[in-house]
Design a protein around this ligand. Sequence first.
Ligand SMILES: Cc1ncc(COP(=O)(O)O)c(C=O)c1O
Length: 439
Amino acid sequence: MFPDSNSRSAQLNERASLVLAGGSSRSTIRTKPYTLYLKEAVGAEVVDVDGNRIVDFINNYTSLIHGHAYPPIVEAVKKQLVDGSAFSFCHESEIQLAELLCDRVDAFERIRFMNSGTEAVMNAIKAARAFTGRAKIAKCDGIYHGSYDYAEVSLSSGPDDWSAEDPVAKAYSRGTPQGALDDVVVIPFNEPQHAQRILERHADELSCIMIDTSPMRMGSNLVRQEYLATLSDVAQKHGILLVFDEVISFRLGYAGSQGLLGVSPDITALGKIMGGGFPVGAVAGRADVMSVFDADSDGVAPLPHGGTFNANPITMVAGLAAMTDMPRAAFDDLNALGERTREVLTEVFVDLGIAGQVTGEGSLFRIHLHDRPIVTIQDTAPGSGELTATVELRSQLIDDGFFLGAGLMGCLSTVSTPDHVERLAGALRSRLPDVVRAL
Ligand SMILES: Cc1ncc(COP(=O)(O)O)c(C=O)c1O
């Protein structure tokens, strides 16, 4: 089934390459030697254009908390479509989704919607700058926050960059303005004393410290409490805002990862699950900070923020349907299946006597073909042959009918079942020995 050079998907990749720059519009979903084209996606499964049925363990990179085509979302969107999909007027669904989110999370006093996690991160940063009057931001080395210039700095850091005493502000894409690099202070993830030293040095210039509390690169494990406490203390001491990027980690619990960690950020960037599968982003936070979006009597705000599709009613009703069906008990059930998934997959490595591990938190998991502890960014440096073996295993699992994200990242939805997980474990058990032999 995969790869098959005669497949319709392979042919569509060829055709796409003639009109689409880079072959598609999303570099993060490419698989080698070609990317699958889908015919349909329903529940926990997708069917590709060649008729192959695949269990989807990435759920549009974590955004579908109820899997594909979840009936309550389909119903809500269908109804809204005939009543208008986007207009330059307000719609009550925007207030309803805002109320739901602000009710759930203490740190959400005001919220503002947009269309992607990238925009959410960008506007969280701009809000921090507008509120503090300072230009610089701090972010962690090697951690992904979407594609805003400043948020991308040092995303691609690797072993060659780690000999420097402090992490370096490194361009991710060619042409990144030097000004963007100059305004980003890069700190090491999960290393409290080192991060504190760097932050103290730049404290007076920093508008915010931004952190993803369970980065995929770090195996979706939760950040160390001690590290987070240090960032929070430095921020408070120097009037720097603490920004959580919860674009993914909001799925970890009823009040996101901040509900689990007991630390309240000043601003949170949101996206993914709270749009019910439609394009979404949001910035939520303290009322005084969020007042930078308030216009004065002349209609001028410290941080003007437009957007043709912001809070469009399709996304709002879809998000409302998705989040309404995620009461505390639903998060508990989903996270229990996540725990079971990590256990069942870990057992495969143990039974086979193969070095590996399955990390993650809540409904997120990641399979690693090594057993090094993953705490700092240096721990993510791949050993010899590891990357090739990981890509090969992912490809073989697709062949078996299971789709995981790049680097064998996975996530569950409320329609994932123990049977899906057992079957994935079965495929892993049969594929692992050959794959690791090549390591
Ligand atoms: C932690 C994090 N922040 C921001 C983003 C950007 O979100 P979007 O792809 O909706 O722009 C992502 C996307 O995966 C993400 O994982």
